[in-house]
Design a binder for this molecule. Structure first.
Ligand code: HEC
Length: 133
């Protein structure tokens, strides 16, 4: 049972990494915790959502990803990604700080760092995460 659940988790992680790296990292920062090079190239700036985990409710993230954010650089992904893929990215992003140890380890192995290593540090960074609600 444990390895079955772990298998599911790994599948989601692999999917997330692929979807995120290809579509989101260019604006929202890479999985090795580097801010996006376009961070200051649009207004409002794209929040660096790996560096500073989002604390919005899951439905909010899902909605923002699906429909985009009007008058900003945030595209609507509902015509580019499948419903399942949007959910995978949403689920992962909203649990960035609560990922199971196995996932943290894998992340660390691949990227040399992981969300766990960054916990508590986010407030030291001068982030570009602004809310416009
Ligand atoms: C071309 C740049 C760009 C790309 C590519 C992009 N985004 Fe965004 N995103 C933005 C900007 C700019 C904002 C800020 C909008 C605002 O100020 O409300 C944003 C906002 C968001 C938010 C809302 C954050 C919040 O606090 O409400 C989420 C979630 C998000 N993006 C996820 C994604 C995901 C997932 C992808 C990839 C599938 C992605 N973005 C791709 C530019 C981008």
């Amino acid at each position: 049972m444990r390895s079955f659940i772990l298998g599911i988790i790994v599948t989601i992680v692999v999917a997330f990494v692929a979807i995120y790296s290809m579509n989101c990292a260019v604006c929202h920062g890479t999985l090795d915790y580097k801010p996006s090079m376009l961070q200051h190239s649009m207004y409002p700036p794209p929040p660096q959502i790996i560096l500073e985990a989002l604390d919005d409710p899951e439905w909010h993230l899902y909605y923002a990803i699906r429909t985009g954010v009007r008058y900003t650089g945030m595209p609507a992904w509902n015509k580019a990604l499948s419903e399942q893929d949007i959910w995978k990215v949403t689920a992962f992003l909203s649990r960035l700080e609560k990922l199971p140890p196995a996932v943290q380890e894998k992340w660390k192995k691949v990227y040399g760092t992981s969300p766990e290593s960054h916990q508590g540090k986010e407030h030291e960074q001068h982030g570009a995460h602004e809310h416009h609600d």
